[in-house]
Design a binder for this molecule. Sequence first.
Ligand code: TYD
Length: 208
Amino acid sequence: MLITFEGPEGSGKTTQIKALAEHLCAQGRDVLTTREPGGTPIGDQVRAVLLTNLENTDMHPRTEILLFLAARAQLVEQVIRPAAQAGKVVICDRYADSTLAYQGYGHGADRDLLRRLLDFATGGLWPDLTLLLDLDPEEGLKRKKLGGEWNRLDAYTLAFHQRVRAGYLELAARDPARWVVVDAARPAEQVQAEIRRAVDARLAHAGH
Ligand code: TYD
């Protein structure tokens, strides 16, 4: 079972994933969490080039796409696929849909081409369930300035982040069997309760 969390900056994915993992572990499940980009030694080096090195201001969008995909390919083969095959519940903090939302809707890259590249990078591994923590990017960036770790992409315009949000909502509307949209503007406990309901229902449906 592969569960992914998506959403704009500051939507609380990390906190919510931690609480969900505790809930699933308490049910006796074997849980593995990952975060993108990174999560492997090679992926962490790519993360530094993509995000933490704020000097990389002239990165071309195609370069950005290929680096995100490179980090993901490594994470899938080294971590995600082996864990899923071992029967674990794998929870990813961002996955392929981040590329569609940020590089596709945000930068305007060809989304059909991106889907083919994503198939290549992931070896065709797509999530069983995707939770979209939906939040107004203005609010998200405000939250992030208060406490989060600032990255190179946060400096993109608000219009970019608005396109990302709209893109996520469109992806979710097109595939309601996989996506659940959660209003992340509410208090964290309410958001977590809704996430748990969605995940428990999906696990029960899948016979887990
Ligand atoms: P991170 O610090 O992990 O932030 P967040 O808490 O918002 O997840 O930064 C990840 C950044 O990389 C975030 O700005 C989204 C972006 N990103 C892409 O643009 N494309 C991708 O494929 C992925 C995985 C992330």
